[in-house]
Design a protein around this ligand. Structure first.
Ligand code: G3H
Length: 493
């Protein structure tokens, strides 16, 4: 472990980590720990503390106090700190890559890509924050008003932002909340995912070492069931930014009460393949979208809708690519392509069961379907139907289902009646058709001729229905992490 991160450890064997209470790295009074076992081989990656409610109270009290002073720090100084945090991540890219591989089972390229993307994202947030502007509005444009009132409109922070990150991007999707929160003058309490806790603690150290003042950032570890509800209900929290499942998102909405929420939840993203589609491109995008990080992305390709005669050509092409471009295995091995392990064995069992149920209900297993511990073979299902669980609910694993349709209207009915609405893809050589069809699909983003994805990260990213609340993406997140404040000057004579 680089010296930079040594403060995080309370013991080296097994590696046991402290949490960051805003003022320093400390053990928890609870004496309780969570063991983080690697999805790769079951080995113990490390133990993290389960913090107590009193410790959370202390963290939030410190954050409330510190935020006031942080809001007075110039944006230029905040920006310098953020750029330095990004540079620290770059500096420790190799170490963090190894950590991500073992803690969450990403392949080497995916883990490295997450660290690099996070550093770039923090820099981009910082540059964008410098260019945010307020405005001045005169009164006389509205009927019945003369000149004489001027609204000076600016953005101010919410206060203390609670950032809850998911296991699939524990560094990136933590930083995508911390950076805009801090840049806009908020304090931020990070609750990392169970798998990803260790990565979240390391990320916190990058911000601390870059100079984020005491209390402005903290990182509390513990299971969602143990501390999640207490955090979201806490009177000292002013905003919740969350990425995770739709089920947890729905629960958080009821516990958090009346406060701003920025949620990215489940996706169950369809691909519609029209008759004129470039099938070579389509097949390659289905592979990339369906199998990267073993299908554990909210933007993964989950099901493909097309006419029978198109599927007759497309499925063999996708199958061929599964054989050549996808290889399930240990993510540390350079032989492995896209499909490493599922985050836990119980999650893998759920995926396996859904595939079995679909086959029993009439779907055809084209390839895959077998589970070995946490590993699930890349799986293709044909003759799937929208009511099958494997299609109806988000299957967070390397499974792509093919559904035959009679018409584009039928595809639209299937997609729009889904409880999810994150993204959808349309494949067609006619971009005009893609745009017109895209306008009829009720999701946050429609990709024409590409698989669903969040990036580039300055594009708006949002889900409708059970897929999310609010809009993320660099400028959108900066706006979401702040609010409008008006001072109205009235003519004084
Ligand atoms: O899992 C949810 C992530 O926001 C997906 O991001 O499209 O870059 O993989 P990605």
């Amino acid at each position: 472990m680089p010296e930079f991160f040594e403060e995080l450890l309370s013991s080296t064997s097994p590696p046991t980590y402290k949490f960051y209470n805003g003022a320093g790295w400390t053990k928890s009074q609870s004496g309780k720990e969570m063991e983080i076992n690697s999805p790769v081989d079951g080995s113990l990656v490390g133990c993290v503390p389960v913090v107590t409610q009193e410790e959370i109270d202390g963290v939030i009290a410190r954050a409330i106090q510190a935020q006031k002073a942080w809001n007075e720090v110039s944006l230029d100084k905040r920006a310098t700190i953020m750029h330095l945090a990004a540079d620290w991540l770059r500096h420790h890219e190799e170490y963090l890559t190894r950590l991500l591989i073992m803690e969450i089972g990403k392949t080497v390229d995916e883990a490295k890509g997450e660290v690099k993307r996070t550093a770039d994202l923090i820099d981009y947030y910082t540059d964008e924050a410098r260019s945010l502007r307020g405005e001045e509005i005169d009164s006389d444009a509205f009927p019945g008003f003369e000149k004489g009132k001027i609204a000076i409109v600016n953005r101010v922070p919410w206060g203390v932002v609670l950032a809850i990150a998911p296991f699939n991007y524990p560094i990136n999707l933590s930083a995508s909340k911390i950076a805009p929160a801090l840049l806009m003058g908020n304090a931020c309490v990070l609750k990392p995912p169970t798998h990803g806790s260790i990565a979240g603690l390391h990320l916190t150290q990058a911000f601390v070492k870059a100079g984020v003042p005491e209390g402005v950032i903290s990182c509390v570890t513990g299971g969602g069931s143990e501390i999640g509800e207490y955090l979201t209900q806490h009177a000292g929290i002013n905003m919740v930014a969350f990425t995770g499942s739709s089920e947890t998102g729905a629960k958080l909405c009821t516990t958090s009460g009346m406060m701003p929420l920025l949620f990215e939840c489940g996706g169950n993203n369809p691909v519609i393949v029209l008759e004129d589609a470039d099938l070579v491109l389509t097949a390659a995008q289905i592979i990339k979208g369906g199998f990267s990080y073993a299908g554990q992305r909210c933007t993964g390709v989950k099901y493909v809708l097309s006419y029978e005669h198109i599927l007759d050509k497309l499925i063999p092409m996708v199958l061929e690519l599964v054989r050549t471009d996808v290889k399930m295995g240990d993510p540390r091995s350079s032989e492995t392509k896209l499909v490493g392990p599922i985050i836990t064995e119980s999650a893998a069992k759920t995926i396996e069961q859904r595939v079995k149920d679909a086959v029993e209900a009439g779907a055809t297993l084209v390839i895959g379907g077998k589970r070995m511990g946490t590993y699930i073979e890349p799986t293709l299902l044909s003759h799937a139907r929208p009511e099958m669980d494997v299609v109806r609910t988000e299957t967070f694993g390397p499974v792509v289902s093919f559904i035959s349709i009679q018409s584009v209207e039928e595809a639209l009915r299937i997609v729009n009646s889904s409880m999810y609405g994150l993204q959808a893809s349309i494949f067609t050589k006619d971009e005009g058709t893609g745009i017109k069809l895209g306008q009829k699909i009720n999701v946050g983003t429609v990709q024409v001729n590409f698989s669903p994805q969040r990036g580039p990260d300055h594009f708006p990213f949002l889900g409708v229905k059970k897929s999310g609340l609010g809009v993320q993406g660099v400028r959108y997140s900066l706006e979401a992490m702040s609010r409008v404040k008006s001072i109205v000057l009235n003519k004084y004579e």
